[in-house]
Design a protein around this ligand. Sequence first.
Ligand SMILES: [Zn+2]
Ligand SMILES: [Zn+2]
Length: 300
Amino acid sequence: MRSAASVICSLGHVATTAELRLHGVSPGAVRGALADGAVTRAMRGVYVCAHADPDQRTATAARCRITCLSALRRAGVWAGLDRSLHLQLPPHAHGDRPSSDRNGRPIHYHWALPRFPDPRERSWLVSPMEAVYQAIRCLDEENAIACLESAVHERLLTVDEVRRVCARAPARLERGIRELEFTAGSGMETIVRRRLRHAGYTVVAQVQVAGVGDEDLLVEDCVALETDGEKWHGPDRFHADRDRDLKTEGLGRRALRLTHDQVMYDWETTFLSIKRVVDDAKREQARRFGRVILRADDPL
Ligand SMILES: [Zn+2]
Ligand SMILES: [Zn+2]
């Protein structure tokens, strides 16, 4: 028979009495695990092992489930910039609940019955579809669309599941949902692709280039944009990234690499730089193919 602690671990480090029973753990085995310190009682009828993280402990103590942006971030899905803890509880749950966690991080409560229950949900975590359903209500349009594409890329949802969530999306997301494209390698790539297209540029995503591999975004067929997602930072990527840039330039295309902060906190400057590089590259391309028509005020 598996120990109480190992069953709790397999359920994500938090389990209810009912879940433990279902997995064949007797009340005596739970008492034994409590006595030897392998397991602690978070509240009546809920047990945690030593691996439970602060969010799980806060959610459990508040008799809630982790949902929305907080659930997505745990799965590596794009969740925008809001770092508060999002918890879900039934609409008529009563009792006092804290407005922030132990570290002073605000808690955002969702008073709602789950609309998409499925076997992947836990006593402490909503189902993946429920998390996305809530998140696209908490996020602005561009982050909501990035979240939907990222949920597929990170394999949290299938395209079909995204379509089911979208069928119940708020009206303000209609246009963005029509523009969904499941090519993006990261939420940031979705955001850059959409911003540039809305600014009138032709942008193709995930172009296969011989000798280079996939390019994130190709702007006006002459500038390759790579968006460094948060998880790609680090010295192990440094050489590979420089190698790629060199090969791209070797093909006669300009290569630009954008960081998270350049896109999310300094877009105005970043956009002007992209615009300048694209304009120059188009001019150069036109010159090479002899199609350039110079106006009197164009610099030579
Ligand atoms: Zn554990
Ligand atoms: Zn939320």
